[in-house]
Ligand binder design. Structure first.
Ligand code: GUN
Length: 283
């Protein structure tokens, strides 16, 4: 069996078109959606992510403001900038690209963003609302994964789902979203013993570890849907996921590629969250 390839580029393009329509409608009514993106320091990967987010905004009719600060900006100065953006009515979403330099407390930064502008969905209030079943903003990467599962008509009710990687950005909110749809969820982390015992039970397997090709075909239940959140740079310069694609596709029923899978969905869902923030602010 060779798995169906879930096309994240195509699905993201469709979502971005829908966002552009909503942004145009809002702008016609006098509210142009606005996103502020803050980049601190020189991390080259972060710079690429931020550039892609800004470009995607422009294409969708969302105004974007990019603010770049040196790695030695003080925490107080960064917090002051965020407070000013909280008070700016033309800004509906605020995103601070992570990771931040070690002298800045990322938790403090995230908690300073107004919850109703927290389009990343990282604020403790948004994490709590997701956990208690009444989400305001869902973190973009797991939200994008849910859209992919929905587009594939994956029935999560009573399904066994396994999430590998328990970060605040992906794994934990992913587990909450799958649980909310009726899945029985196992959330594995770097200390998990006998990982394969968990992965082999999963009808839906989501992998977000940052370890290249760590999940191989023999660890996957035949017919499972496999979602690979990882983006790793190989020695030859090419990108690969956290799943060993060639062996996994022989076992899975559907699988996301890297690149062209989850990556484009993250940005599409950021645009969805931003236009939603602007819609809420305009009513
Ligand atoms: N760093 C890695 N992923 C993300 C994300 O989704 N949002 C932000 N702000 N930083 C990140």
């Amino acid at each position: 069996m060779s798995a169906r390839i879930i096309d994240g580029v195509a699905l993201a393009a469709k979502i971005r078109e829908e966002v552009a329509v909503r942004a145009t409608e809002l702008t016609a009514k006098g509210t142009k959606p606005g996103l502020a993106v803050i980049l601190v320091g020189e991390n080259p990967a972060s710079a690429v992510y931020v550039r892609n987010k800004v470009t995607a905004c422009e294409k969708a009719g969302i105004a974007s403001v990019k603010e770049t600060y040196p790695a030695d900006i003080t925490e107080d100065a960064l917090l002051a900038r965020i407070r000013a953006l909280n008070d700016n009515p033309s800004i509906h979403g605020i995103l601070v690209q992570l990771p931040l330099p070690a002298h800045i407390d990322a938790h403090k930064v995230i908690e300073t963003i107004a919850a109703e502008k927290d389009v990343d969905g990282f604020h403790v209030s948004n994490a709590g609302l997701l956990m208690t079943g009444n989400p305001l903003f869902r973190p973009c990467t797991p939200y994008g994964v849910m859209k992919m599962l929905e587009s594939e008509n994956v029935n999560l009710w009573g399904a066994v789902a396994c999430v590998i990687g328990a970060s605040n950005i992906v794994g934990k909110p992913m587990a909450m979203m799958l649980l909310a749809k009726g899945a029985t969820v196992t959330l594995c982390n770097s200390k998990t013993r006998d990982m394969a015992a968990h992965t082999r039970m999963a009808d839906v397997l989501v992998v977000a570890t940052g370890r290249a090709r760590m999940i191989t075909g023999d660890m996957i239940k035949p017919g499972a849907v496999v979602i690979d959140v990882g983006i790793n740079r190989q020695e030859d310069g090419k990108l690969c996921g956290d799943v060993d694609f060639d062996s996994a596709r022989e076992v899975a029923s559907a699988i996301t590629p890297v690149p062209g899978g989850v990556g484009p969905m993250t940005i599409a869902m950021l645009l969805v969250n931003t236009v939603e923030a602007a819609e809420r602010a305009s009513t």
